[in-house]
Design a binder for this molecule. Structure first.
Ligand SMILES: [Zn+2]
Ligand SMILES: [Zn+2]
Ligand SMILES: [Zn+2]
Length: 248
């Protein structure tokens, strides 16, 4: 089948068919595969495109480019606000200017200190916040603080459930109340010490008392023949004793 040659007249006909009469041919027509200059009456701008390409996609290239860019910007903007609103601190901030581009600074106000600052959406999404000295200091302090849930979880893992956090957790350097299942007592202890493996002080004191008691009883029977070296745990647990006379 022979394809009829597209002449200037045919092209203008097709132009009328495919558009809403808002595109006009400007200047000459050199052939179907050659560039033509077209005029968009709505935006009153000229653009160049091959005649074939225009008929395949009959719209103003300038307007459609803008529409595309705008749609993409709108999408990025929605994405930015959505991501930022998911930050746990998002309620602390107010946007004083609107999102334009991910790398174009916007004006933000920190409600806590009241100070406005400029920052790119990229940085805001990556977790950067108000750079006010006091606010930065506060964030660092809070970052070091573990939640009671996290502390309790670590405690259970370390002690296989022997200790349970019952009090308020105010950071690793403040004493916290914990329940000790072995002795049934609530004790206060430094969180870091407990996580390092320091035992319950009530139980440790009981051990010491028992060892001293045992030592005394041993002396009553054997005089200074034996010396207690280990820790008394119970009547059934072995304890290290030195027989003093063997040394002499
Ligand atoms: Zn246009
Ligand atoms: Zn601040
Ligand atoms: Zn205990």
């Amino acid at each position: 089948m022979k394809v009829p040659k597209v002449t200037k007249e045919i092209f203008i006909e097709r132009l009328a068919e495919k558009t809403r009469d808002d595109i006009e041919l400007k200047g000459d027509f050199h052939g179907y595969n050659k560039e033509v200059t077209l005029f968009h009456t709505t935006c009153k701008r000229e653009f160049s495109v091959t005649a074939r390409a225009f008929l395949q996609l009959p719209n103003c290239r300038l307007c459609s480019n803008e529409a595309f860019t705008k749609a993409r910007q709108e999408k990025n903007k929605r994405e930015f606000y959505r991501k930022f609103s998911r930050k746990p601190y998002s309620m602390e901030y107010t946007f004083l200017s609107d999102y334009q581009k991910s790398n174009k600074k916007i004006k933000v106000q920190h409600k806590i200190c009241g100070k406005p600052f400029f920052m790119t959406p990229n940085k805001l999404v990556n977790g950067q916040q108000c750079s006010n000295k006091e606010c930065v200091g506060k964030r660092i302090r809070e970052g070091k603080m573990k939640s009671i849930e996290q502390f309790d979880k670590e405690l259970i893992i370390k002690w296989n459930g022997e200790f349970i956090a019952v009090g308020e957790y105010r950071g690793s350097k403040e004493k916290v109340n914990v329940f000790h299942k072995r002795c049934g007592k609530i004790i206060d202890a430094y969180p870091n010490n407990l996580l390092k493996g320091h035992d319950c002080k009530v139980c440790t004191n009981n051990y010491k008392r028992s060892t001293l008691q045992f030592e005394r009883e041993l002396q009553e029977v054997h005089g200074s023949e034996y010396s207690v070296m280990g820790t008394y745990k119970s009547r059934h647990d072995p304890i290290l004793i030195k027989h003093m006379f063997l040394i002499i």
